[in-house]
Design a protein around this ligand. Structure first.
Ligand SMILES: [Zn+2]
Length: 319
């Protein structure tokens, strides 16, 4: 088979997170269910810390073809529903209107955490098209962004401080940022060590580092198994749970402030989409990936969030 993973990567001998030798095969021959790009991948689970990872490590160049720039959702123009969700989340966290916050309080566990602080410096790594940075900027914050994949930068993206580089080539000074955010990015990055070392260095003492990743210790992961949207093979190289990610972050010197588990409607309809994609071999399922389905799935997402069984976790740390 073309691009058999064995031919293009380095095989892990130990768990990349805790270095334990006892690992087991969790799912075999997983393919790309998002864009149907060739390649078969095995998912391995560490028997010690339950970290799950692709058996072969792909480098950034090998991974680039799995991010089709005409297609990949992060490069799209803003999805109107996603934009509304982020605007609402930011407004809620800006605490501008008491009544607004009172009304939206029941929804707050599934809102994205924005730190709104006038003139503060925020860096987003893996910022896609800069939707969140634009929101931060509207609240008077100074923005910077790293997005290694995608087409040439638009003028609007340059204004937001976005650079089309990898973390390795970024030249920020030590203690530059009040906030560093990685939303569903850590699981995509081959060199976790370099990324976390740089984030630690670039963040100001007392600053905040906020990471959002899929959570393998969740209801939807158990329900959908290999079709869980959180696996998104092979773009997601690593899959965490709250315990092993906390352990990993502490190794780099971060202090954990809080961990939030939550569910999002797109994890539910994404998992359904992946399940159907595997059964039928087709990727067109307009209803399932529609905004209507996402709104319909919101009560389920809220329920799983309140039960603390969500597919996503947000970890906030400082140094
Ligand atoms: Zn381990």
């Amino acid at each position: 088979m073309e691009n058999k993973a064995e031919a293009i990567g380095i095989k892990w001998k130990n768990c990349p997170l805790c270095k334990n030798k006892k690992t087991s095969l969790k799912y075999k021959n997983m393919g790309d269910k998002g864009y149907f790009i060739n390649g078969k991948f095995d998912l391995i689970e560490c028997q010690n810390c339950k970290f799950e990872f692709l058996s072969y490590l792909l480098n950034e160049k090998q991974l680039a073809k799995y991010y089709p720039s005409e297609d990949y959702y992060s490069f799209y123009n803003y999805n109107p529903l996603a934009l509304k969700y982020h605007k609402l989340s930011a407004y809620y966290h800006s605490k501008k209107t008491f009544l607004f916050n009172f009304v939206f309080f029941p929804l707050s566990p599934i809102l994205y955490k924005y730190y709104i602080k006038q003139d503060a410096n925020v860096l987003e790594i893996g910022c896609g098209n800069g939707m969140k940075l634009e929101i931060y900027r509207k609240y008077g914050m100074k923005t910077a962004g790293i997005e290694p994949y995608g087409p040439g930068l638009a003028e609007k993206e340059k204004v937001l401080g976005i650079e089309r580089i990898s973390v390795k080539d970024a030249k920020y000074k030590e203690n530059s940022f009040d906030f560093i955010v990685l939303k569903e990015v850590l699981e995509h990055v081959p060199n976790q060590k370099l990324l976390l070392e740089r984030c630690f260095k670039w963040m100001k003492p007392g600053g905040r580092f906020i990471i959002t990743v899929p959570n393998t210790d969740s209801f939807l992961c158990r329900l959908f198994k290999q079709d869980w949207f959180g696996y998104d093979v092979p773009r997601h190289l690593y899959n965490y749970n709250p315990e092993n990610l906390s352990f990993f972050l502490k190794k780099f010197g971060f202090k954990i402030i809080r961990i939030k588990l939550y569910e999002m409607p797109y994890m539910l309809d994404g998992s359904l989409k992946f399940h159907i994609a595997r059964k039928t071999g087709k990727k067109e399922h307009e209803f399932i990936f529609s905004n209507f389905a996402k709104i319909a799935a919101t009560p389920i997402a809220l329920m799983l969030t309140y039960l603390k069984r969500g597919s996503l976790m947000e970890i906030e740390c400082t140094k």
